[in-house]
Ligand binder design. Sequence first.
Ligand SMILES: Nc1ncnc2c1ncn2[C@@H]1O[C@H](COP(=O)(O)OP(=O)(O)OP(=O)(O)O)[C@@H](O)[C@H]1O
Length: 363
Amino acid sequence: MPPRSCALCHKAKAILKRPKTGQQICKECFFYVFETEVHNTITDAKLFDPGDRVAIGASGGKDSTVLAYVMKTLDERYNYGIDLFLLSIDEGITGYRDDSLETVKRNQEQYSMPLKILSYDELYGWTMDSIVQKVGRKNNCTFCGVFRRQALDRGATMLQVDHIVTGHNADDIAETVLMNIMRGDIARLGRCTLICTQGEDTIRRSKPFKYTYEKEIVMYAYFKRLDYFSTECIYSPDAYRGHARAFLKDLEAARPSAIIDIIHSGEAFEVREEVRKGQKIQRTCQRCGYMSSNTLCKACTLLEGLERGIAEAGLTDRGKRRLDEAGPAPSDIRKIPFFEMSQAAGPGRPAVEVDSEPSGARS
Ligand SMILES: Nc1ncnc2c1ncn2[C@@H]1O[C@H](COP(=O)(O)OP(=O)(O)OP(=O)(O)O)[C@@H](O)[C@H]1O
């Protein structure tokens, strides 16, 4: 049989089948449709304004590496007029994050973007290695997720950016919709399909890969020969998410549009007024100033538990009771530095300290 020609340009030979649509297309058309779909997602949601300073949450993995490459490509092609930075959080996981950060440092040179690295150690006084030693492998993902979310906001404030983008892709979002339904977490279900979130006291955060399939991100990275780190975290993965992921993969195998369909279903959910009224109001943490729906934010509760040897304090009701029974926290307990949003981006702001500038790239 003669080689099939590309379903889009009808000229070149088709060398791949698009996981999202099943179309047989050539490499150049794949790059073009992949990038254009991300561009359309960005413009439909009006994610950026000219002059915006945007930090890419960079883990060195495939998603954020492709995101950095595509953001740079689109900014140049369509003149977004934005300033791009790489922001990496070093969770302190020996044999995993230290290696992936080496990849980010190379990306910083390859893409000519300044890089800021902020570690859990400097922010919380604990690395994930030391947390796992204390709490074991079972609940460590809770610590890591809560600490990372706050660390990204704090790193972004140090960089004085207007916006953080992350490499969360369509598969991640569909998984989260399923998980929130299975847990009955209506507050999160309402938020998890938003392309862009922003609280009063947080920096805009968005997901330009919201409709991008993970398999296509892997293909893009492969055909573009991008430099990324592909090892999984050495600590136990979030088991519940693992079930949602396995279920989603089965659905995708039977019907590839399942991923997008679940996202659209999530977008269409409406939370009834009486349910909305019962949800907690967002305020700020009394101890560190970060957004919180309780007196103390989750990170401060988790940190206090670690410091006082009651690690389950932020994990279970029983742990919380134990912490309450232990009495008020000693005044000299280790605290997370107070969080304040920096001045909005604009001329006349003080210079920002980054860890490294790409050689000879920016002034
Ligand atoms: N240590 C980190 N520093 C900065 N950003 C991070 C870090 N870890 C995760 N992120 C951001 O959150 C997104 C989703 O993270 P997740 O842990 O789900 O990783 P992932 O799906 O393996 O993504 P990636 O392939 O980019 O590592 C990443 O794409 C990245 O933008």
